[in-house]
Design a binder for this molecule. Structure first.
Ligand code: ATP
Length: 924
């Protein structure tokens, strides 16, 4: 690696026109130029630079001007049609109609614009919540900061899975491979070094640099920040910055397509009716035109896409409140259909608050007192023999545990917390209980080099100077892995390892649900500076094992029970030992008889075999990220909708493959977060289940919006068509139809977007992946309700005409009846899956009541206010007639509730999956 040509190092840092060739600088030059050093900046200096140069972020992508965004809401065939109609009405002298149509078009556009704005704000807020973080050295201490606070001169520590937060000149690179595809288009990761490269090296050959936005594929590195924000290489490529996540999902696309189809259908129908009215019924063409305008407006659910977007946005917000951040909007829809959740164990199903509980060496077993990360507590022989002190292997093991370790314990007013990996934190606590002082020890046994932990090779190793001037290697890792690396074990005198003895001990501890780690060490050549896999080849001495307890999360146990009742199966996919995984699965009640398979066993199974196997197995142990990918594929081939968690850089492929990739917000790498559709703020399994529940609610609410909107439009359309076909007087005038659609569209339809979760939402089986939005249930609803509306409309119109109340009163009664039926129908639709005759159902929510209040006030104004009577041709109605209108609404509700009850009754005879009622079967 070091054979690459070195540059002649002439500093051109001072040239203002181009960035200095940092890749060709030697380190001393970089440090001097940037006024920093290997220990990093002091906090005050960093703050000063931040204030001077601004935050490390790329300028926000330009957004369309608000006026343009508002105008986009007019870009729609129906609106053109309405505007044309308004012009025609004006030309014919129908100024009131013209004004009403224009006003209504405006109101719809403004409501759509405001709702879209709200949805975007919700997504922006979430993007902020998962802003990347980076580890920097400030005055020699590591700390994790918001990547936006990084300044030039900062020293950044990089690990596998990190996203490079700014442009860095590397000062240290250990097996460092960086994926630079976003900058260079090169799909293979670049091998990085710390030595300078030629001045004229092109971007892809600047091996001494790490560029902002690139992903660390493997290894570790340290670099000094040479450019931040828009001064970075990525900042210069303006095209990339233009990417804004679009507010769309497959369902919205489907709805928009449906909306367009309906619009054309409405136009076609309008043309036919226009022809029929003028040619057959001899309507004057100007009147016929106004009728078809009303018809078109009555048919088209113009507000539907906007209400559905807001429903999705509300879902996103509710999920965020429950610690599940949706990065890609389609996830909101898919979540509700999830049928399998594949989850990591450590930290997701368990608390990840580790405590080292037992040490086993060849000579004895020791138990540790104390819970959490407490640094005090006795270490006693497990057999109760107080006379036995520690043995030599135990002393070496504890030292290896402290040195082969990157974690620190922080004392916050007597309460210890970990900075770093919790298991390593538990080992620091163990060393302190054994009387070692971390700082003194780590100074006396300074680290020269390391092989970082990797889920692939499952161990970590470090090389140290000894106080006596020698060198010492420590290894810790999965116990079987460490055992494989050792030929001898520490005892009174070192003897050959006894695998049977150790496997029995490992199985014993793992069977209690303990997580087990193996330790080894060896004396190395005093001048050894670099650690390699070969360097560990021979001479390692197995020291013993440590068992940790990491109890299951209580909320995970409850969430798993919810999943089981909701027909969602949960599978644990862990890197941990099979026995540990099985014991924890038992404590979590993952399945009645959790079946366990290991990664090695998976390797022996074909893809077809895995399809069958994956269904029954609930625990996959000692797996690697490649196994996760195969498991997701196998489950998907079975027709499952799979949610999969992941945190490491190697999890990215399976997160992308899964229907819902879920990354851990706390311990997850940036690579995993980028690949995921959803990020868990608290790394907690229960949050996934909460998101599934919210996903089901969103889907329910969208169906409610559709089930409410389409038939109410359908009823009005049927009435107008029928009146014209039969040559009857129109029961409503065009502007009256526009009035109804506007007043109820922006109130009643919208409240359905806010509906809370139905209480039985987690007792239903998941909806099939391909379930159509306009299911049989919804289509039947549209048919039945349209007809009922039509009957109501003609019924009240005929009643008024028979009593000689005149057309104005009759039409006013019709308008009030339609709105009343819409209100009562709303109460019916609020519970698609259960009766609406409950206290909760009758009382409604605050949003429902507010909407009903607005509509009622609107109707009173429509009926009694003189100016509205002029505008809309309405007339006052009597109290008795008002009561009749109310009664029609009540009758409609009762009829529809009876229909719902019948459906459920017959549906109950048909068992759903898992022997329960598949209510969505009814719907499908
Ligand atoms: P999960 O996949 O459920 O989070 P896990 O943390 O056990 O489980 P990995 O992180 O893949 O999965 O770890 C696999 C194994 O590697 C662990 O069971 C442990 O034996 C070992 N191991 C984990 N972390 C370290 C570490 N920092 N140093 C050494 N060995 C480790």
């Amino acid at each position: 690696m070091n054979e690459r040509p070195h540059a002649t190092l002439t500093s051109d840092a001072a040239r203002p026109d181009r960035a200095p060739d940092w890749h060709a600088f030697n380190l001393a030059e970089v440090f001097t130029t940037l006024g920093t050093g290997a220990e990093g900046l002091e906090a005050a200096e960093a703050a000063r630079r931040l204030a001077e140069n601004g935050p490390n972020e790329l300028p926000a992508p330009p957004r369309a001007h608000p006026v343009l965004r508002l105008l986009r809401h007019f870009n729609n065939v129906l609106i053109y049609f309405l505007l044309a109609a308004a012009t025609a009405a004006g030309a014919l002298g129908h100024y009131v109609d013209m004004a009403v149509i224009v006003a209504i078009v405006l109101i719809n556009a403004i409501v759509g614009f405001v709702q879209e704005g709200k949805a975007e704000t919700a997504l922006d807020a979430i993007r902020d919540m998962i802003a990347p973080h980076a580890t920097v050295l400030r005055s020699g201490t590591r700390r994790k900061i918001d990547a936006r606070e990084i300044v030039t001169g900062d020293i950044v520590v990089l690990e596998a899975g990190d996203k490079t937060p700014a442009d860095l000149r590397l000062t240290r690179a250990r097996s460092l491979l960086i994926d630079e595809a976003i900058l260079t288009g090169e799909s293979l990761p670049a091998d990085k070094i710390e030595d300078p490269v030629a001045t004229d090296a092109v971007l892809g050959d600047r091996f001494s640099m790490a560029y902002s936005g690139t992903l660390i594929a493997t290894g570790q590195g340290i670099g000094v920040v040479v450019a931040t924000g828009s001064h970075t290489e990525i900042g210069r490529i303006s095209t990339l910055i233009g990417q804004v996540e679009t507010l769309t999902t497959p369902m919205l696309v489907q709805i928009n397509r449906f909306g367009r189809q309906i619009t054309w259908f409405a136009l076609g129908l309008a043309a036919l009716i226009f022809g029929f009215a003028t040619l057959v019924r001899d309507y004057p063409w100007s009147d016929a035109l106004m009728v078809v305008v009303a018809l078109a407006v009555g048919v088209v659910p113009e507000g539907l896409p906007a209400v559905i977007s807001i429903t999705l946005a509300i879902g996103v917000r509710r999920m965020a409140r429950r610690k599940a951040l949706v990065r890609r909007l389609p996830a909101v829809e898919t979540l509700g259909a999830t049928s399998v959740i594949c989850s990591d164990k450590t930290g997701t199903l368990t608390r990840n608050e580790m405590t080292a509980r037992r040490i086993i060496t060849a000579q004895g077993e020791y138990l540790m007192e104390g819970a959490g990360y407490a640094t005090t507590g006795r270490i006693d022989a497990a057999d109760g023999d107080a006379t036995r002190g520690s043995d030599a292997a135990q002393t070496d093991l504890v030292r290896a545990a402290l040195l082969c370790n990157d974690a620190d314990l922080l004392d916050r007013e007597g309460c210890w917390s970990v900075h770093g990996d919790p298991m390593e934190g538990a080992l620091v606590a163990l060393a302190m209980k054994a009387g070692l002082h971390p700082e003194t020890e780590r100074e006396a046994w300074a680290r020269r080099d390391e092989i970082p932990f990797d889920a692939q090779h499952r161990f970590m190793s470090t090389l140290h100077s000894t106080p006596a001037g020698g060198a010492w290697i420590a290894v810790k890792g999965a116990p079987e892995r460490v055992l494989e690396m050792c030929r001898v074990q520490a005892g009174g005198t070192d003897t050959a390892v006894d695998p049977a003895f150790w496997h029995a001990r490992i199985a014993g501890a793992a069977g209690n649900g303990e997580r087990v780690l193996g330790f080894a060490a060896m004396t190395a050549a005093p001048d050894m500076e670099r650690l390699s896999f070969d360097g560990l080849g021979s001479g390692l001495v197995f020291l013993g094992i440590v068992g940790f307890i990491d109890p299951p999360r209580d909320e995970a146990i409850a969430a798993i029970a919810d999943c089981r009742s909701a027909g969602v199966s949960v599978k644990m996919i862990t890197g941990d030992h099979a026995d540990t995984a099985a014991a924890i699965a038992g404590q979590l009640a993952l399945a009645d008889n959790p079946q366990v398979v290991t990664g090695a066993e998976l390797d022996a199974v074909s893809d077809d075999g895995l399809r069958k196997l994956a269904q029954g197995v609930s625990v996959f142990a000692r797996t690697s990220p490649e196994h996760k990918l195969r498991i997701v594929r196998a489950l998907q081939a079975n027709g499952d909708v799979v949610a999969m968690t992941g945190d490491g850089v190697n999890d990215a492929p399976s997160l992308k493959q899964a229907d819902i990739g879920i990354a851990m917000g706390r311990k997850g790498t940036e690579a995993a977060k980028e690949a995921a559709q959803m990020v868990l703020l608290d790394d907690n399994f229960a949050s996934i289940v909460a998101a599934v529940q919210e996903g089901r609610t969103v889907y329910d609410n969208i169906r409610k919006v559709i089930a409410w909107t389409l038939p109410t439009n359908g009823g009005q359309t049927l009435s107008v068509v029928l009146a014209i076909l039969l040559g009857l007087a129109l029961p409503m005038t065009p502007v009256q139809i526009l009035w109804i659609n506007t007043i109820t569209g922006v109130t009643l339809a919208l409240v359905l977007a806010f509906e809370p979760t139905e209480s039985n939402v987690m007792q239903r089986v998941p909806r099939p992946r391909a379930a159509p939005l306009l299911s049989g249930f919804v289509l039947r609803r549209i048919g039945i309700v349209s007809v009922l509306f039509m009957i109501g409309i003609f019924g009240i119109f005929e009643y008024a005409m028979q009593r000689g109340l005149g057309e104005a009163v009759a039409r006013t009664l019709v308008v009030n009846t339609v709105v009343m039926m819409q209100i009562f129908y709303l109460f019916n639709v609020r519970y698609l899956h259960m009766t609406s005759f409950s206290i909760r159902g009758v009382l409604g929510t605050r949003a429902v009541l507010a909407a009903v209040g607005i509509v009622v006030a609107g109707q009173l104004t429509f009926t009694y206010a003189p100016f509205m009577q002029v505008l809309f041709g309405s007339a006052a109605i009597s109290l008795l007639d008002g009561a009749i209108v109310l009664a029609i609404g009540i009758v409609l509700l009762v009829v529809l509730e009876i229909e719902k009850a019948l459906m459920h009754h017959f549906g109950a005879l048909r068992p759903g999956l898992a022997g329960r009622v598949g209510v969505d079967d009814l719907a499908g």
